[in-house]
Write a protein that binds this ligand. Structure first.
Ligand code: ADP
Length: 406
């Protein structure tokens, strides 16, 4: 059974075609510069991350997502290089959707009501939700009769208790505008926490796990018995600790202070907070951690400071979740930086050694570029693990489950 996973952005579209009988990726890719005028680019990989990986790059005009997806279909079904004979082999399509507001607590089959919920959440996810809905509508057009399933980034966080998701604002603001903490990266936190419970040989209902998804966007989640009890991101993915280009949470007065002093609009302020802050803003070098690491190695003070701030903020978040959970069985590092940056993990584990964490520093140094495993020593009171996240697999599994149950 083949499932197509689509993650549509405003000017890009990521996809993966999976054979679910073996859970293998047949092909994956990224279409870029959609609707930007000029030439778009499609990078298509056959058997990605295997010894037989083959990359095809095509340049073509993509006035809309439809033209990009038509090219994807033609590559997937190509007589010579295709991985399927006909698009009718695709059993179901799973879509990543950013925000489902308070109405969505689990993965759902797309119908008119679900599409309206995605639309209603445009103000909560202005950059992502319109693009995600467009991805669904393009799939409906190009794959008529094939069921579409929406997997929301916010759904895993909906189990949070009210004391964790409320902000200390007038209650009417919550009631009228649903302003609250939602949390994101739900598919990733769900995947790695379930995998962690499996690795411990424990029933997830009996576990307390802290998952650290550290990538370009980053969040940390406290998971008790398989359910989220707190998470660092908030109403939008801007909340929490500093990220590649996002500031993370601030004293709210900082925002009005800067806006008034510089006479800038809310939109301009959001651009600073979302696109010009974090590792990029502090280091002045780059939002890509590899560049920040290189600059730090060459003695750049601000690159060093950006890292020290990030490590401290991660450790502090873990510490607070240790209290929220009333102890902790395991801490998981995942995503681009979490899976590839030993110094970050070592410094964070030094901070939390007061909780009884003992790191196997030799193995930690080697754990990158696909090497995963246990980062803590057998004596450590909390197991620390490196698990590679796989959000597309979660979306494909959910999609298969929902469609099989129809
Ligand atoms: P996104 O939030 O866009 O999904 P990722 O999880 O892919 O982000 O993480 C991107 C970050 O991971 C970048 O800062 C990048 O520098 C870092 N990263 C990715 N691969 C490596 C690597 N092999 N070594 C060091 N850092 C890496």
């Amino acid at each position: 059974m083949k499932v197509l996973v689509i993650n549509a952005g405003s000017s890009s579209c990521k996809y993966q075609l999976l054979e679910m009988d073996t859970e293998t990726v047949l092909a994956s890719g990224l279409a870029e510069r959609i609707g930007q005028g000029g030439t778009g680019k499609l990078t298509h990989k056959i058997a990605p991350d295997t010894d037989h990986e083959e990359k095809i790059v095509r340049e073509s005009a993509f006035p809309t997502h439809v033209e990009a997806m038509e090219l994807v279909i033609s590559l997937l079904t190509d007589a010579e290089k295709g991985v399927i004979k006909d698009k009718s082999e695709i059993y179901a399509i799973g879509h990543r959707v950013l925000h489902g507001g308070e109405s969505i607590t689990e993965t759902v089959k797309v119908d008119e009501n679900v599409k309206q919920i995605i639309r209603d959440c445009f103000p909560l996810g202005p950059l992502h939700n319109p693009a995600n809905l467009m991805g669904i509508e393009v799939a409906e057009k190009l794959f008529p009769g094939v069921p579409n399933v929406a997997v929301f980034d916010t759904e895993f966080g909906m189990a949070m208790p009210q004391e964790a998701y409320m902000y200390g604002l007038p209650y009417e603001i919550y009631e009228e505008m649903h302003i609250r903490r939602y949390g994101f990266h739900g598919t990733s936190h769900r995947y790695v926490s379930q995998k962690m419970a499996e690795l411990m040989g424990r029933n997830i209902e009996d576990t307390k796990i802290i998952t650290c998804h550290i990538g370009n966007g980053s969040s940390i989640t406290a998971i008790k018995g398989g359910k989220v009890i707190d998470t660092s991101m908030g109403l939008t993915p801007l909340g929490g600790f500093m990220m590649g280009t996002r500031s993370g949470s601030l004293d709210p007065s900082v925002i009005t202070f800067i806006a008034e002093k510089e006479n800038i609009s809310a939109e301009e302020m959001l651009k600073i907070l979302n696109k010009e802050s974090g590792l990029l803003g502090v280091s002045g070098i780059s939002s890509d951690d590899r560049d920040v690491c290189a600059a730090e190695e060459h003695g750049n003070h601000r690159a060093h400071l950006a890292h020290e701030m990030l490590y401290y903020q991660i450790a502090k978040t873990i510490g607070s979740y240790y209290v929220a959970l009333g102890g902790c069985d395991a801490i998981v590092f995942t995503a681009g930086i979490g899976e590839n940056q030993p110094q970050l993990r070592e410094t964070v584990c030094d901070y939390i050694s007061c909780l009884g964490v003992e790191m196997d520093k030799e193995f930690n140094k080697k754990a990158k570029c696909g090497v995963t495993g246990t980062l803590s020593t057998p004596n450590s009171k909390i197991r620390v693990e490196l698990i590679a996240t796989n959000e597309e697999l979660v979306i494909a599994r959910d999609t298969k489950e929902i469609v099989e149950a129809l």
